[in-house]
Design a protein around this ligand. Structure first.
Ligand SMILES: *Cc1c(COP(=O)(O)O)cnc(C)c1O
Length: 357
């Protein structure tokens, strides 16, 4: 109860079976056989074209920007993890923040067009907490203005949109397989695209740009991932349905315990089959919010302020106002969820929150 999350630990003997393969192969990194198997199995499980497995979800975004040759301004959301906007900056592009919806905390498409200039090259939107943003509206704007679209889909392993993997949308979708995410490889990330050309380019970029032992196609980066990480992914994949079912159960329990109170839950998109990656609550009343904050410290309850702060307020960006994002960031918590959290603990946490309202 004191932890916001605990990574999923598969049975050690199952991991051991995968590791034995690594030892037998005497191949521990550099596009090894387990990595290739993981890329195939994940794509098959999700129903996507073949993914590019990289070392983390942040480098996945950077490689996505590089693979699409983006330069200039990228329209993005202030309500995301800091990696979304810092990846833009590391690629020497400029993040242009557009405010979010009050209901689902995703970028507000109605505000995008007024921020488009002749320097705008792309939209980088985050699917929040496993729920989709308004993909249709974003793609319409992108098409009309000739912009590329990248989705930071770090939260969205297993999420579907219109009955297909959410990773099939945009020019590129990226995912994080960090230990705290629904599906993990300890550290890791995935790049997904319907274009095999884009995936081919990402595969070159993650490996220094090598297109032969002594040849380089362009300047790349080291975004490779190892056999030991792929082994964890192959061990976790058969458990993913159970992990997701557990989260769904916990999400619905919280919702049940906290319904008819002043806490507000994220509005979910009807076109989206949500993966229950996170359970967020907004507590609008400042005094109640502060009491909850105090309670989490005193009673050691692992609620996490997530996402906080609103990225447009970071001191190293040009000041832009995003009133809704700032307000949500000031009033949101994500509730503890992990495989070993019990129903009783969820009831206790919910009751503690209720007492603060
Ligand atoms: C976790 C996360 C990232 C970063 O992924 P890493 O694998 O930790 O580098 C980026 N964006 C969002 C929205 C995330 O939640």
């Amino acid at each position: 109860m004191d932890k916001f999350t605990i990574p999923f630990f598969p049975p050690l003997e199952e991991y051991h079976i995968q590791l034995e393969k690594v030892w037998n192969n005497e191949w521990i990194t550099n596009n090894g056989p387990l990595l290739q198997t993981l890329e195939e199995e994940v794509s098959e499980y999700l129903g996507t074209s073949k993914m590019s497995f990289v070392s983390n979800g942040t480098i996945a975004i950077q490689i996505a920007i590089e693979a699409l040759d983006l330069e200039g301004e990228i329209i993005t959301t202030p309500f995301s993890y800091v990696a979304t906007s810092s990846a833009i900056k590391w690629q020497k592009c400029t993040p242009v923040f557009v405010d979010i919806n009050y209901s689902d905390y995703a970028i507000n498409p109605a505000l995008i067009e007024s921020k488009i200039t002749d320097k705008t090259c792309a939209i980088l939107a985050t699917h929040i907490f496993g729920n989709s943003c308004d993909i249709e509206a974003i793609e319409t704007i992108a098409k009309k203005n000739n912009l590329k679209v990248i989705y930071d889909a770090s939260h969205c392993f297993g999420t579907e949109y219109n009955n297909e993997s959410i990773f099939n949308f945009g020019d590129i979708s990226t995912c994080s397989f960090h230990a705290t995410k629904l599906f993990h490889t300890i550290e890791g990330g995935g790049i997904f695209s319907r274009s095999s050309k884009v995936i081919g380019k990402a595969n070159l970029l993650r490996n220094f740009g090598h297109n032969g032992p002594d040849k380089f196609s362009s300047e790349g980066i080291n975004g490779k991932n190892s056999e030991v990480h792929a082994a964890m992914g192959l061990t976790n994949l058969p458990h993913i349905e159970a992990v997701r079912e557990k989260r769904k159960h916990q999400f619905l329990l919280y919702k049940n315990f906290l319904e008819n109170t002043t806490v507000k839950f994220q509005e979910l998109n009807d076109l989206c089959d949500f993966n229950y990656a996170y359970c967020s609550v907004v507590i609008e009343d400042k005094a109640s919010f502060n009491r909850v904050l105090e309670m989490t410290i005193q009673d050691k309850v692992g609620l996490r302020r997530y996402f906080y702060p609103s990225l447009n307020t970071l001191p190293y960006y040009n000041p832009t106002e995003c009133a809704v994002s700032e307000k949500i960031a000031e009033s949101i918590f994500c509730l503890p969820m992990h495989f070993n959290l019990t129903d009783t603990e969820i009831e206790i946490i919910s009751n503690k929150i209720k007492l603060c309202l």
